[in-house]
Write a protein that binds this ligand. Structure first.
Ligand SMILES: NC(=O)c1ccc[n+]([C@@H]2O[C@H](COP(=O)([O-])OP(=O)(O)OC[C@H]3O[C@@H](n4cnc5c(N)ncnc54)[C@H](OP(=O)(O)O)[C@@H]3O)[C@@H](O)[C@H]2O)c1
Length: 264
């Protein structure tokens, strides 16, 4: 029997988009499993509280500003991380955004904001951290996707396009870097309440619609993602690369209570 498969003691993880929401849930889970963190967002000040929380768990948290839409910012952040800790083992590529609009109202700038952040930003972050990981012949890259890696939804076209792209770039990087000991996977959350989705949760009709389509009959809670991120960051997933791990209560099975009721 191997040592504890899920122990991340001695590992260093970069978590992008750690100023709020799911990024903090990923960071917290990795820290609880023993990893020290580099936490990032566009404004360093937004990371202070989270830094204190991670330090309270007995782990280190190094806050570094990062805008994934700016190439130099990505390079500067990875360089600071490597200089500070001497290495980076894990990247959780979580920074992202969404703009909700009917397709006919989308502007050129809307498209660029979402796709540049979610798709281009994810790739160049993976490249910058991956360069260092390939050199060390060890790395775990976890790109945050979504059910929109595999489903399309009206009103969030650029978001769906960016997440489909994240899935494909993940497979391509997995194929490229497997021989160097670097795994690249997607962790794809279903519906979780955060700032990005809060407005939807105020809408009773939408809540009923979405809950009805989730086999486990509830939207996700941030804690539902903790086991999955630790799994993909740890030795437990050593032989897994290029995969999409959907943590979605089963919504992408396509099976719904409504379908069964209609049949009956
Ligand atoms: N919530 C869900 O149900 C859900 C489901 C599937 C996937 N996701 C994805 O999971 C990730 C986190 O979602 P969330 O709901 O926690 O979103 P959120 O609350 O809106 O947080 C987004 C995070 O990304 C950072 N960010 C945004 N633009 C950035 C940029 N250009 N450069 C660097 N950082 C940037 C934000 O930091 P600052 O604004 O402080 O810079 C913030 O920390 C996103 O990629 C999202 O698309 C969410």
């Amino acid at each position: 029997m191997k040592h504890n498969f899920f122990d991340l003691s001695g590992k260093v993880a970069i978590v992008t988009g750690a100023s709020r929401g799911l990024g903090q849930c990923f960071g917290r889970a990795l820290a609880r499993a023993g990893a020290d963190l580099v936490i990032t967002s566009r404004r360093k000040e937004s990371l202070r509280e989270f830094q204190k929380e991670i330090e309270g768990l007995g782990r280190k948290a190094y806050p570094v500003p990062l805008d994934v839409r700016i190439e130099e910012s990505i390079h500067a952040m990875v360089e600071k991380a490597v200089t500070h800790y001497g290495k980076v083992d894990i990247l959780v590529n979580n920074a992202g955004c969404n703009i909700r609009k009917p397709a006919l109202e989308l502007t050129w700038d809307d498209w660029n904001t979402v796709v540049d952040t979610n798709l281009r930003g994810t790739f160049f972050m993976a490249q910058a951290a991956g360069r260092h990981m390939v050199e060390r012949r060890y790395g775990r890259i976890i790109n945050i996707g979504s059910v929109t890696c595999v489903f399309g939804y009206a009103g969030i076209t650029p978001y769906c396009a960016s997440r489909g792209g994240v899935m494909q770039l993940t497979k391509s990087l997995a194929d490229d870097w497997g021989k160097h000991g670097v795994t690249v996977n997607v962790l794809a959350p279903g519906w979780f309440k955060t700032d990005q989705t809060a407005a939807l949760y105020e809408n009773k009709e939408w809540m009923e619609y979405i809950t009805d389509r989730i086999p486990l009959r509830r939207p996700g809670k941030p804690e539902d993602l903790e086991g999955a991120v630790v799994f993909l960051a740890s030795d437990a997933s050593e032989y897994i690369t290029g995969q999409v791990l959907l943590v979605d209560g089963g919504i992408t099975t396509g099976s719904t209570k409504a379908t069964i009721e209609k049949k009956g």
